[in-house]
Structures are given as C-alpha cells and as structure tokens.
Design a protein around this ligand. Structure first.
Ligand SMILES: Nc1ncnc2c1ncn2[C@@H]1O[C@H](COP(=O)(O)OP(=O)(O)OP(=O)(O)O)[C@@H](O)[C@H]1O
Ligand SMILES: [Mg+2]
Length: 300
C-alpha cells in the first residue's frame, strides 16, 4: 500500500515539475486536422526549385514532421532524379481508378514519401463531377498522412503552374540574383496578386554569392511588391551558391542528406525553422480544399 502511495506522490511531483510551455513553440504543438499544402515555384526556370523543395522536405522530416512531396513538373521527372528512385505509378493511375492514393506513394529517404504527378493535371481538368468527387475523396486521405505536402512545379508561368500556385495554402517563390530571374519572379507575383492579393507568398533567394547580396534581394523585392502591387511578401531566407548542390545532384541524393554540414544544408535548415514557426490554421485548407480549388482554377 505504502509503495503505491509513494508512487502516486512521485507521479504528482513529476507532473508539477513538468515543463508546460505557455506559448506555442512551433507548429508541432498545434493539433492538426489537415496538411499544410505548399507550392514551390519560380518565374524563371532552373533557379533551384526542385533542390529547395526536396531539401526543405528532408529538413522538415528530420524535425519530425510527416512530409509528402508531389512532383507536379509533368514534363520532367525532377524529384525522381534527385532521389534516384523511379516511382512505379503516378497520379494518373489514381485518376483512372487503377490505384488508390496510398498505393502510389513512393518511399524516399528520411521517411519522406513522394508522389509522381505524371500527366495527372491535364487529366484532372477533364473529369466529370462524380469522377472528380471520387478522386478528391481518395486524395483527401493524405490529410491524415502528412503534416506538409510540398509541391514542386515546373518552370515558367503556364496556366497549370499558376493553378497550383493559386490553389496552394502557401507559395514558396524561388529566385536567383540574376536580373531576369528577379523580373520573372516579380511578373509571377503580379499575376498572383491580380487574382488574389492575400495569397501568402514566401520568398527564397537561391545561389547568391554572399549573405548581403541575398538579403538585399529579399528586401528590395519585398519593398517593390508592397509599393507597386500592395502585396506583402514574407522573406523566408536564402541558400548561397554552393558546390555541394550540383555534387549531390550528380550523386542523386539531397544535399541535406549527403552534406548535412554544408552551408547549403544549414541555410535550408534555417528556412525550415522559419517555416515551422509560422502558425497556420489547421482547421481549414488541407488537401481536400486544395484539390477543389485546383480543379476550379484549371477549368477557368
Ligand atoms: N544553391 C545552389 N548552388 C549551386 N548550384 C545550384 C544551387 N541551387 C541549384 N543549383 C544548380 O542549378 C541547377 C538547377 O536546379 P534545380 O533543378 O533545383 O532548378 P529548378 O528550378 O527545379 O529547375 P526547373 O525549372 O528546370 O525545374 C541544378 O543543376 C543545381 O545543381
Ligand atoms: Mg525542377
């Protein structure tokens, strides 16, 4: 008896000493009902979207979040190349009812999962209401599986890419310091803001030579967008030009895994930390509303 009472006292004492944060430290503490759907995009091609998307996903995963990457660059299988894994099935198999969404998830490193879009988007736009409902019901299963869904889009400002941008909860816009990349990023912000002024756009500068150069671009582009488009961008961070990036692409491994001590990996972790510190309302959005929005944009 005495033993039990002692044990109870011990438990109560431990509970009292337990650290109870009175503030939400990061998103991990927020109950989740749906995934945070993030589209990674750029005005100009070849600026580092796929590398940012994959390594951010690795970093989020290492933080303990469940992450699914969707390769929506339908022309080129970008993510496959960086992971060195070729998925057997694509979103087209789900659209055509050959597979369910769980069967087309490919396992990547660090517990990551990825989905190959295939030519799924074009087909998505052609579905009738009942086929679409079925697809939405199926893909909504991902809300239970993922804290984050990171979507890697293709280059250029095509209607498909814009639809992914408009449908996402948040947009990660990548630019390099090249003037053409910056002006194309601005053009994309303008396009988005013409349709929705409040779409959260987060900015990443990739391949700057120095921190100062990166920070100047983050500052200037944010100022210009606010002044001329009344759009409030969130500067999220930067990744400097780093030789480990092309090296790890050749090794078919994300640099955050192949070179975790590199500057590029450290910068990605900084970006990841900022991402998770941003609080989002998990009771809305998610995969289901994303797909519904996507289809309505594709059809307009
Ligand atoms: N921070 C960096 N430092 C050095 N090289 C980089 C960096 N980021 C990207 N690269 C190089 O730039 C090339 C393009 O990168 P990536 O494929 O990620 O761009 P993308 O925007 O996805 O291209 P696309 O528009 O064709 O999809 C790659 O070969 C990569 O090695
Ligand atoms: Mg790419």
């Amino acid at each position: 008896m005495k033993d039990q009472a002692d044990k109870l006292r011990q438990i109560i004492a431990n509970l009292k000493n337990r650290h109870v944060p009175n503030q939400v430290d990061s998103e991990k503490d927020i109950p989740r009902r749906s995934s945070r759907v993030i589209t990674v995009t750029s005005g100009k091609g070849g600026v580092g979207k796929t590398n940012v998307a994959v390594n951010l996903a690795v970093s989020l995963s290492e933080y303990g979040f469940k992450v699914i990457i969707l390769d929506a660059d339908f022309g080129l299988a970008n993510i496959d190349v960086i992971f060195g894994i070729v998925p057997q099935f694509t979103l087209v198999d789900v659209i055509n009812n050959r597979k369910n969404i769980l069967e087309i998830l490919t396992e990547g490193p660090r517990n990551l999962k990825f989905i190959s879009g295939g030519s799924g988007v074009e087909q998505l736009a052609k579905l009738d209401k009942s086929q679409l409902d079925k697809f939405v019901e199926n893909i909504s299963l991902l809300d239970k599986l993922a804290d984050y869904i990171i979507i890697d889009t293709g280059a250029g400002v095509s209607e498909n890419v814009i639809s992914f941008v408009m449908a996402a909860d948040e947009v990660l816009l990548v630019t390099t310091p090249e003037p053409t990349s910056i002006t194309d990023a601005y053009a994309l912000i303008k396009m988005v803001s013409n349709r929705n002024k409040t779409k959260p756009i987060k900015l990443i500068v990739n391949r700057a030579e120095t921190q100062t150069e990166a920070e100047n671009i983050l500052k200037k582009l944010s100022l210009v967008a606010e002044k001329f488009l009344s759009v409030k961008l969130s500067p999220l961070g930067y990744v400097l030009n780093d030789e480990v990036v092309p090296k790890s692409v050749r090794m078919q491994q994300p640099f955050a895994i192949a070179y975790p001590k590199s500057n590029a990996a450290k910068h990605i972790r900084d970006i990841c930390k900022r991402m998770v510190q941003i609080r989002v309302d998990r009771n809305h959005g998610g995969v289901k509303s994303f797909v519904n929005r996507l289809v309505s944009f594709l059809n307009n």
